[in-house]
Design a protein around this ligand. Structure first.
Ligand code: SAM
Ligand code: SF4
Length: 331
């Protein structure tokens, strides 16, 4: 049974950033030159991550997601998946990736016990893809999506951050993919976190709300019906176009926060437990891990994190976390 926090929310989900490094430089996430990477010795080793996940499982956390930075750039990531998938109590092991390296790893990840992937994709146009990610090729991601499907890493969800004048003219094309290709597409409101170019002063004007996205889709493709989804209990609300195999989801951290249903903790690549993505409160797990802390001792620290989880974030009042960028926390 998942533990309840101080506001009676069952905490069942741990997101782990396995690296702060990335092979892309998405404009809303990183500056063109990247961020100064943390030295290797500051990043949790796989055995240390395993200890944290064992402790989490003892507290009733059953769902783990590996993210980053880009999780697939970390050497030996398939080994980590294998280690974590064998931990009793972890029944949903997933990954969020930009998909660039997925065609190379999909099968091995599935064989090692990964259940499914979320793939970030903001555009279907090759040139625009290169502009948004600065370093990537759209074809690699499309091949990655197909490889994930063939490997059975399903249901695949496509995460699309919508930014005004960047890709808001493509929401209908992306929504159409739920009918044409059975994709599950989730539209995400831009959060004012990070130090990409969009994080400077223009942030406020570039957020496109879920309401606006929905109106555009319905005007072009017809009414969205509420949809039930079998996997995932995250903050998304799901809908379906009539006759579509795939679903359309909206993640609305800005226009309609979902904090009252938040079920998650986060672990940064350098071993800090963050009870809330958007609060700078952190509990250091790396130091005790390196001093030889047992699973039980780490479990007690996780419990402290659960008990101190804040009720909600304050982005709407313009209060932003300052200490880290998204690629360090993992989104
Ligand atoms: N590199 C992987 C990827 O892109 O999927 C995993 C890490 S990335 C930080 C996780 C998710 O956060 C991606 O879907 C990305 O689009 C999203 N993201 C990054 N910066 C964001 C921001 N400022 N607001 C909203 N979502 C953001
Ligand atoms: Fe890398 Fe993901 Fe950030 Fe893009 S959103 S720069 S892929 S970490």
């Amino acid at each position: 049974m998942a533990h309840l926090d101080a506001y009676n929310r069952p905490i069942s989900y741990l997101r782990i950033s396995v690296t702060d490094r990335c092979n892309l430089r998405c404009v809303y996430c990183m500056p063109p030159e990247g961020i100064p990477w943390r030295p290797h010795e500051e990043i949790l080793r796989y055995e240390e991550i395993e200890t944290v996940v064992r402790a989490a499982a003892e507290l009733g956390i059953s769902k783990v997601r590996l993210t980053g930075g880009e999780p697939l750039v970390r050497l030996g990531i398939v080994d980590l998946v294998r280690m974590l998938s064998r931990i009793p109590g972890i029944d949903d092991l997933a990954m969020t990736t930009n998909g660039v390296l997925l065609s190379r790893y999909a099968l091995a990840l599935a064989e090692a016990g990964l259940k499914r992937v979320n793939i970030s994709l903001d555009t279907l146009r090759p040139e625009r893809f290169q502009q948004i990610t600065r370093l990537g090729r759209l074809d690699d991601v499309l091949t990655g999506i197909e490889a994930a499907r063939q490997a059975g890493l399903e249901p695949i969800k496509i995460n699309t951050v919508v930014v005004r004048d960047m890709n808001d003219d493509e929401v209908v094309d992306l929504a159409r993919k739920t009918t044409e290709a059975g994709w599950n597409v989730r539209f995400i409101e831009l959060m004012p976190v990070g130090n990409g170019v969009l994080a400077e002063g223009e942030r406020q004007n570039v957020v496109v709300t879920a309401k606006e996205i929905r109106q555009k889709i319905e005007a072009a493709l017809g009414k969205l019906e509420p949809a039930k989804v079998s996997v995932g209990n995250g903050p998304s609300r799901y809908y379906r176009l009539v006759g579509a195999k795939g679903t359309i989801g909206f993640i609305t951290p800005i226009s309609e926060h979902f904090c009252y249903h938040c079920n998650r903790l986060r672990l940064t690549a350098d071993g800090q437990l963050r009870p809330c993505l958007l609060s700078d409160q952190e509990i250091d797990l790396r130091t005790p891990l390196r001093q030889g802390a047992s699973v039980a001792e780490i479990r007690d620290l996780l419990l402290r994190g659960i008990e101190s989880k804040p009720l909600q974030h304050h982005l709407a009042e313009n209060m932003m976390p300052g200490s880290r960028v998204m690629s360090e926390i993992g989104g």
